[in-house]
Write a protein that binds this ligand. Structure first.
Ligand code: DMJ
Length: 672
């Protein structure tokens, strides 16, 4: 691309020759090369000239000198603009629209990751470095300072190297005010101002900490397998369900729940983390052009908070693109009518177009897990917008539940009445459906807020003691520790797959300084969750298992009832495997996750695109596909798989981010 002139590094110059007279040109006077003779002869000639002739010659020399200086300067400018233009021309078509899409205040101009730079001279100022390996995250966050080449050969090269260092310094300063692909674009301490001013601040400050500048680790084979699985799932969604809530991969159609593109929104940050740039850009366009919340539709407060609000907020944090924050504010505001109840315990359903809310038709109760697992998202929305109403509404729920009677050693019932604010259906305690994420969010809110909110910690610690006291048992023959249920004083050896979030949560608590025996319990429970897969014919867990409390010949620990043998592609075990691997480094957790991924591929993958839930995990010959891919398969299961197989603790650093219950990472306000 560049000529040899460019390689030599000097701008092309024009030369003008001046003929002094015929005698000189012809060499009249004979050839004598002695220096003294030449000096004398020149001087004599000069003296022989008239005053006018001498003035003309002097004027000509002066004129040429001025021209030389001017042409040197303007050629330098021309060269710079030529080389810059050439670099711009290398951008791909996909990258050009991103320049418009990306938030210009926080994202750098994109740099083509795979351009062939072989034609660049070694020390060219414009030479962008070739990335050493595949990087995650769309390439507009992959700016890297030019490599410093020390092989200098000439004085001129030294000058160029100095210029290069100045240029490098400029690039580094720009980089620091931007972000690396994996750091939080919006820093946790920028809490109460509107986003526009935050973005301005980011331009000024240097939010990236040194470790964020570290080179991301290369993607390994297992992670590549997750990327392949994601792409396959995405292909099905794109071909048959684009913009709809869920893919029905067998009937090559879709199902609607809220009519808000649930799978697409749930999957946004997964695509970002997996580095699926094109898919992300396409989905981003849909969010920009087609995602409309002004719709006469009833949505479930909890589900839309964890999947939509959570997904938009985390994508905003990862990408820095204010589109996602705007959408998050919109949906957040539209969900607020849910809190207008006599007790301030929110209704389960909201009509986001009409601004009305109501409980389910058959009751005025809400589910305890639902009203206590929306806090991370609304608190973060308040922090970002500076509007306290979101946080006040959800904090009120937690304060209320904190002092409510009807708990059993910190364990909560499953329902709460929106009129009276009291627990209902007392006496049933589970860590599974309808209560699960209450426990998870006690710990995670405490972490999110910088470990200062003691009531949350108190409730969490008490609840774990309650679990130990009332719900833990060991199975036969393998003596697996499991978490059962308590119904009016009677223990049931039933455990939902949903409970498998618990080992991960316990490990996260231990990592944050809580009792070491929480980690021990996490280790025993994750073994149990793994056995819920390993002891089943397909190697996939059913929705619910019953553990054998007494040894019986020919019986395993795990029993499955016909009504419970479906698998919905749920994430909880993989989620806990991820935490366990992060905190222990024990490779067995990666191996277990790898087995699970292979079994998902074996029994739930639909050849034409997508994955399906199945009805029978006990029948490898016919697992009975249900024809539905839940949004959390892309939002959670595959994301946690990808993170589990990574050895990079900075790939969503758990001292900086806390995952909501739908696997959307949100920043910890005061990072450890
Ligand atoms: C997800 O929506 C969330 O993880 C929720 O907390 C529980 N159910 C599904 C996944 O199983």
């Amino acid at each position: 691309m560049y000529s040899g002139a460019a390689a030599a590094g000097s701008p092309r110059r024009d030369f003008i020759s001046v003929t002094l007279g015929p005698e000189e040109a012809a060499g009249v006077g004979g050839y004598n090369n002695s220096k003294a003779w030449r000096r004398r002869s020149c001087w004599r000639k000069w003296k022989q000239l008239s005053r006018l002739q001498r003035s003309v010659i002097l004027f000509l020399f002066a004129f040429l000198a001025v021209c030389g200086v001017i042409s040197y300067t303007s050629m330098g400018e021309t060269w710079k603009s030529i080389t810059n233009k050439s670099f711009d021309d290398q951008r791909t078509e996909q990258e050009i629209p991103r320049l418009k899409l990306a938030n210009p205040a926080v994202l750098p101009a994109p740099q083509k990751a795979d351009a062939n730079h072989g034609d660049y001279p070694e020390l060219s100022l414009q030479k962008p470095p070739k990335p050493p390996h595949v990087r995650r995250g769309p390439s507009n966050l992959q700016i890297k300072a030019p490599r410093r080449d020390t092989r200098l050969k000439t004085q001129h090269d030294t000058m160029r190297a100095v210029e290069e260092l100045v240029e490098k310094d400029k690039v580094e300063k720009t980089e620091k005010s931007i972000i690396s692909w994996r750091g939080a674009v919006i820093e946790p301490d920028q809490s109460t101002e509107p986003p526009s001013s935050k973005i301005m601040e980011l331009e000024k400050s240097s939010p990236v900490e040194p470790e964020d500048q570290k080179e991301p680790m290369p993607i390994n084979e297992r992670q590549l397998a997750v990327i392949e699985a994601f792409r396959h799932a995405w292909k099905g969604y794109k071909d048959f369900a684009w913009g709809h809530d869920e893919l029905k991969p067998l009937s090559k159609s879709y199902s609607e729940w809220f009519g808000l593109g649930l799978t697409l929104i749930d999957a946004l940050d997964t695509m970002w983390i997996l580095g699926l740039k094109e898919e992300f850009e396409e989905a981003r366009k849909w969010v920009a052009n087609d995602l409309v919340f002004d719709k006469n539709v009833d949505v479930n407060l909890f589900e839309s908070t964890i999947r939509i609000l959570g997904g938009l907020l985390s994508t905003y944090h990862l990408s820095g693109d204010s589109l996602f924050l705007e959408k998050a504010k919109d949906i957040g505001n539209r969900l607020m009518p849910a809190f207008k109840t006599p007790s301030k315990i929110p209704y389960s359903d909201v009509n986001i177009g009409r601004g009305t809310a109501h409980p389910p038709r058959w009751t005025s109760d809400s589910t305890v897990a639902e009203v206590t697992s929306i806090q991370l998202e609304f608190r973060e929305l308040s922090r970002l917008t500076g509007d306290e109403k979101f946080r006040k509404a959800v904090d009120e729920v937690m304060k209320h539940v904190h002092i409510l009677s009807g708990k059993n050693d910190g364990l909560v019932p499953m329902f709460i009445n929106t009129n009276s604010g009291q627990f209902t259906h007392l006496g049933v305690y589970t860590l599974g459906a309808r209560a699960d994420s209450y426990y998870e969010y006690l710990l995670k809110q405490w972490i999110q807020g910088g470990k200062k909110e003691n009531e949350l910690l108190e409730d969490y610690m008490r609840a774990i003691e309650g679990v130990k006291k009332h719900l833990l048992q060991r199975s036969e023959p393998k003596k697996l520790t499991f978490v059962g249920e308590l119904a009016h004083g009677h223990f049931s050896a039933k455990m939902d797959h949903l409970v498998c979030f618990l080992p991960g949560t316990l490990a996260l608590g231990a990592h944050n300084g809580l009792a070491a025996d929480h980690m021990k319990l996490a280790e025993t429970l994750i073994e149990t969750c793994y056995q819920m897969y390993a002891q089943v014919e397909t190697g996939l867990s059913p929705e619910i298992v019953h553990f054998n409390l007494h040894a019986q010949k020919g019986h395993k620990d795990v029993e499955i009832k016909p009504a419970d043998r479906h698998n919905l592609l749920r994430p909880e075990t993989v989620e806990s495997l991820f935490y366990m691997y992060r905190f222990t480094g024990d490779k067995k957790y990666q191996d277990w996750g790898w087995e699970i991924l292979q079994n998902f591929n074996r029994y739930t993958r639909v050849p034409t695109g997508g994955y399906t839930s199945i009805n029978n995990v006990q029948n490898p010959r016919n697992p009975e596909p249900r024809d539905k891919m839940e949004s959390f398969f892309l939002g959670e299961t595959l994301k946690y798989m990808f993170l589990l197989f990574s050895d990079d603790i900075d790939l969503i650093n758990l001292d900086k981010y806390v995952f909501n219950t739908e696997a959307h990472p949100l920043p910890i306000w005061v990072p450890a």
